[in-house]
Ligand binder design. Structure first.
Ligand code: GMT
Length: 384
């Protein structure tokens, strides 16, 4: 198959999922064309003869107060679909990608049989799309997509209720490359970060309010009252400065390492004893899955798709949003009980391997593609 993939290319789970999907499809022999405004961050290394990148060029003109990305993307989609004879355009994160895909299809006006797929990831549905200025165009573009997938049952239900959409939405969870995301023994990073055998707690996010990074810091403060430990915070974003300030106010700054954006998550996760994700909203929680794959038990809030990923009492613990005391209690329980910790760590890895590994999930996307390209009324959907 010839597949166009559009995603946000910078840091963020939806871009990671889209890029890893494209890489896996290319390995299976499909031709994959990424269409975006920048090279997706996880595409930087390596070269694959089945992967192509098409940059959406953005011109600026003094009259335009806002960048006109949606039509520019649609034009590029048309160009790539026509010249590369794409079978499918798969867009990740509905705003504005699903709108551009719809526009592109209309522009080709029957001169291509390209089918469109939209994968819903999270805030495109639960936050941004609900803004009055986007709501109707979101509903429309999702309904016009030939197939729609969501990364959790939670997100599928939210889409139906928030937008009154009764279109079929297939749940295809996120996935992790369990061969890459596996615990490395004798982490050099651990020796540097916790030289005196301290416990290591990790959180990775884009430091947006929705991630509740201050809760991570408060849970850590409670842990510190019982044992020596280090908190490693990976990522950057609007709440970073306030979080640093909070650590200073609580007098724990010396035990907290703000690493900013990092490429090598496996090395960091291999040093971790615990992963915290106390989000206000989380449609799936890809970072928690990556932690589980590296044998790190997870403590999370009970929102969104997190309970579909984390098994309470088996691979981690789940508490109400903002219940810092309970999260700390669970954390201390795991960090002071070596046998229990080892059982949870192993169970997390097993769950990642058995339920969320790349091969298993990419099969599900391939099946959606095949169904879309099936001949209608005996007439093959060959590219025009
Ligand atoms: O919505 C966002 O915060 C951004 C988005 C992204 O691009 O990273 O994250 C969402 O998609 C991820 C990949 O499917 C999920 O793992 C995250 O849970 C989801 N974020 C939220 O729902 C807040």
């Amino acid at each position: 198959m010839k597949i166009g993939i559009t995603c946000y290319p910078t840091y963020g789970g939806s871009g990671v999922v889209a890029t890893e999907l494209g890489k896996a499809l290319a390995k299976r022999g499909h031709q994959v064309h990424f269409i975006s405004y920048a090279l997706p961050s996880r595409l930087h290394s390596g070269f694959d003869t089945n992967i192509f990148y098409h940059e959406v060029e953005m011109s600026s003109y003094p009259l335009f107060e806002f960048p006109l990305y949606t039509p520019a993307l649609a034009s590029k989609m048309v160009e790539v679909t026509k010249f590369e004879k794409l079978d499918l355009l798969h867009v990740h994160y509905a705003i504005p990608h699903a709108i551009s895909a719809f526009l592109a299809k209309q522009m080709m006006n029957g001169s291509s049989n390209v089918r469109t797929i939209t994968t819903l990831h999270g805030t495109d549905i639960t936050l941004v799309g609900l803004e009055p200025s986007f709501l109707s165009v979101m509903k429309f573009s999702i309904e016009q997509s030939d197939a729609v997938t969501a990364v959790s049952r939670f997100l599928k239900e939210k889409t139906a209720t928030n937008y009154g959409i009764d279109k079929k939405i297939e749940v295809i969870p996120n996935f992790v490359d369990v061969k890459t995301f596996r615990r490395m023994p004798n982490s050099a990073f651990r020796k540097r970060i916790a030289p005196n055998g301290e416990k290591v707690i990790v959180h990775t996010s884009n430091f947006r309010t929705v991630k509740r990074v201050p809760d991570v810091i408060r849970v850590f403060k409670n842990i510190l009252e019982k044992m020596s430990a280090k908190l490693v915070l990976v990522g950057d974003g609007p709440d970073r400065s306030n979080s640093e300030l909070l650590c200073r106010e609580l007098g724990i700054f010396q035990d907290v390492k703000f690493l900013g954006k990092q490429e090598d998550l496996v090395e960091i996760l291999s040093a971790a004893d615990l992963f915290l994700i106390p989000s206000q909203s989380e449609s799936f929680g890809l970072s928690a899955l990556e932690a589980m794959a590296c044998e790190v038990p997870v403590i999370s809030s009970s929102v969104g798709g997190l309970p579909e990923l984390i098994v309470h009492g088996e691979t981690g613990f789940i508490a109400e949003i903002g219940d810092v005391e309970r999260m700390a209690k669970y954390a201390i329980d795991l960090l002071t009980n070596e046998t229990k910790h080892a059982i949870f760590a192993k169970a997390g890895r097993e769950r990642a391997v058995n339920n969320f590994n790349t091969d298993y999930i990419v099969d599900q996307y391939e099946k959606v593609y095949e169904q879309l390209l099936q001949p209608k009324n005996g007439v093959p959907l060959a590219q025009k």
